[in-house]
Design a protein around this ligand. Sequence first.
Ligand SMILES: [Zn+2]
Ligand SMILES: [Zn+2]
Length: 148
Amino acid sequence: MNEMKSELEIFREFLKNKGMRYTPERETIIKEIFDTHDHFDVDSLYISMRQKDIRVSKASIYRLIPLLIEANLIEAVFFEGGQMYYEHIYGHEHHCHLRCINCGRIQEFADPRLRDIEQELADRFSYQIIRHKLEVTGLCPECRNRQD
Ligand SMILES: [Zn+2]
Ligand SMILES: [Zn+2]
């Protein structure tokens, strides 16, 4: 059986290959990130850890984020209210985001036609396509109703 490696295992190997240490603080933050099954930003992650009496520094979280991105475990998905939001990508179906600019609500969607566009781009520009990211902004049904 081809069992999937856990995010922690992947990250431990990633750090090892980079000659970096896998510290208890790093592990604490990563566990918290992978227990968060939603889009997250550093500030709210930090606040929720403090509320649970988990002591880490915000600077450590900020330092960890680029490493998790480099290890292909998370991705920056959108920027809102001065904060960058991230989500897990490892083991998750690829999807795009429709975001309400008024209340911040996120609708995730996937559309197979985007794969055709990728293929067209690959042919047109002789690229090997790796990923795409699509964010569409608008007003959600509730915010639209409130406007009327
Ligand atoms: Zn809204
Ligand atoms: Zn998402």
